[in-house]
Each structure stands twice: as structure tokens, then as C-alpha cells.
Design a protein around this ligand. Structure first.
Ligand code: NAD
Length: 251
């Protein structure tokens, strides 16, 4: 059976990825910092409390997964929203925290997965970036910079690891319905002196399909990127966002 590892898989997009990969016949391993949320994961999954941005914890965890036979697919999905503030008000510590977790976790996941995949001579790495990694994102400088960094990391992984039979691609979700976006909407509404609904409409109207997306839309793309149908797809930035051509320049 093929095995997938998903970071930050106890909720949101990562959880939907676990469900989608399991439905496709994968042995699902999930790590997350939230022990309580991990307990709600299906009992068929292997779950561990691991901080994907902590090198020591990741090293120990990857030793365990190596002993279990390695992984065919890894979804480097961990990331935090970071502060919502104009650049002059972003605290240095908040910048470092957001970039360390959002970009640092992707780096560590890829670093440890690459060792296993190189030894196996095959593998697929799917990184979760964001539309904030394709466009500028006013008031979200650390997050946007980190998500652009995820794209650069993915492009480099694709070139470095392609000769070893390993593919790397990035998914850029648009605004995903759920608790995380709700809190972003509330914070942006406060920062911009707007209502939550007006901010929501701003996001939705920035897409040609006038929509948010679901975690399952993103998860389905991850499964496709890991599938034989994507056997020659690598180094690509794939948006699952209802088509954002030009986000609201007034945002
Ligand atoms: P979420 O806020 O629902 O959180 C998912 C999980 O991440 C939580 O269970 C949390 O405990 C875990 N987590 C946080 N830091 C971690 C760490 N260092 N190590 C391990 N687990 C950690 O998130 P989500 O909305 O599902 O987002 C998942 C990914 O998708 C993130 O990288 C996010 O930036 C990206 N993304 C989300 C959206 C959106 O609208 N929700 C849009 C674009 C991109």
C-alpha cells in the first residue's frame, strides 16, 4: 500500500487531504501540533503530535516513518496566517514566527522527505502555497512573503530532485470556507473598518467564479498531483481558487 504523510493534517485542508488520500487507497500518516484535534482523526490513520517547524521533532518522526518503510507522497501543508497589519506595524517577532512556521515547516518536510524518496528512487512532494504566493497581499506581508518562498522552494526541489524520480508541485488555494478564513475575515474587517460580509464579498468577487473554495477541492488536487495521471507534472504552481486573475487592488 502507498503511504502519504500530511503535515498539519488534524483539521482544515490537511484533514480533507487525509480523507481524499485514504479514499484513494493510501495509508495515511498525519502530524499536527494539536493533540486534541488529532484524537478526532479516523482510527485508520497513524497520527503523531509533531511540530513541523521543529527540526529535532521532525528528525525523530522521520526516523519512525523510515523504519515503517518510507513514504510515496508528502503534503507539506503546515502554515499559519500570521499578522494582519500594515507593514510599518508588523512586529519583527511576528514576521519571524510566520516565516519560520510557514516556510520553515515546508523546508524541513521537504528536507527529510527527500532523503527517504531519494533512497526509494521515487516520490511526490505537494506543497501548500496560496494565492498569496502568486499575488501581493496587502496587510499580510509575512504570510505572502513566506508563501512566495514556498513556490521558490518547490521550483528548486523539482529541479534538484527530478533526476531522482521525485516530483514537486505547489497548490495555491484561494480563500477556503472554514474557521481559518472566518478569523482572517474578522481581522481584516477590523483592520480596514469594514463589515465581515463586505470583506467576504471582496474575496469572492476577486474570482471569476465568484466563490470561495472548499478544503475538499484542494485535497482532490493533491491526490491528482500524486496520481499516475500527473506522472510528468512537476515544478508547477496550480491554483485551486475559482480563478483569481487580479485580486482586489483596493484590498
Ligand atoms: P488551519 O488553520 O485549519 O490549520 C490546520 C492545522 O495546522 C491545525 O490543526 C494546526 O494545529 C496545524 N498546525 C499549525 N502549525 C503547525 C505546525 N507547526 N506543525 C504541525 N501542525 C501545525 O489551516 P488550513 O486553512 O487548513 O491551512 C492549511 C494550509 O493551507 C496552510 O499552509 C495555509 O497557509 C494554506 N492556505 C489556507 C487557505 C485558507 O483559506 N484556509 C488559503 C490558502 C492557503
Amino acid at each position: 500500500m502507498k503511504r502519504v504523510l500530511i503535515t498539519a493534517g488534524a483539521s482544515g485542508i490537511g484533514f480533507a487531504m487525509g480523507q481524499a488520500f485514504e479514499a484513494s487507497g493510501y495509508d495515511v500518516w498525519v502530524i499536527d501540533v494539536n493533540a486534541v484535534a488529532l484524537e478526532s482523526c479516523p482510527k485508520t490513520w497513524t497520527t503523531r503530535v509533531v511540530d513541523a517547524a521543529n527540526e529535532a521533532q521532525m528528525r525523530v518522526f522521520f526516523d519512525e516513518i523510515a523504519n515503517a518503510g518510507g513514504i510515496a507522497v508528502v503534503c507539506a501543508n503546515a502554515g499559519i496566517a500570521g499578522p494582519t497589519a500594515q507593514i510599518e506595524d508588523v512586529a519583527w517577532d511576528d514576521w519571524k514566527n510566520c516565516v519560520d512556521i510557514t516556510l520553515g515547516a515546508a523546508f524541513l518536510t521537504a528536507k527529510f522527505a527527500a532523503r527517504l524518496m531519494k533512497a526509494a528512487g521515487a516520490g511526490t512532494i505537494v506543497l501548500t502555497s496560496s494565492t498569496a504566493g502568486v499575488f501581493g497581499y496587502p496587510n499580510r506581508a509575512p504570510y505572502s512573503a513566506a508563501k512566495w518562498g514556498v513556490i521558490g522552494l518547490m521550483k528548486t526541489l523539482a529541479m534538484e530532485l527530478g533526476p531522482f524520480g521525485i516530483r514537486a508541485n505547489a497548490i495555491c488555494p484561494g480563500a477556503v470556507e472554514g474557521p481559518r478564513m472566518e478569523s482572517v475575515l474578522q481581522r481584516e474587517a477590523a483592520a480596514k473598518d469594514m463589515t465581515r460580509d463586505a470583506v467576504y464579498d471582496g474575496y469572492a468577487s476577486g474570482t471569476s467564479m465568484r466563490t470561495f473554495v472548499s478544503a475538499h477541492d484542494v485535497a482532490n488536487m493533491a491526490v491528482f498531483l500524486a496520481s499516475v495521471g500527473a506522472a510528468r507534472v512537476s515544478g508547477q504552481v496550480i491554483s485551486v481558487d475559482g480563478h483569481t486573475e487580479n485580486p482586489d487592488p483596493k484590498a
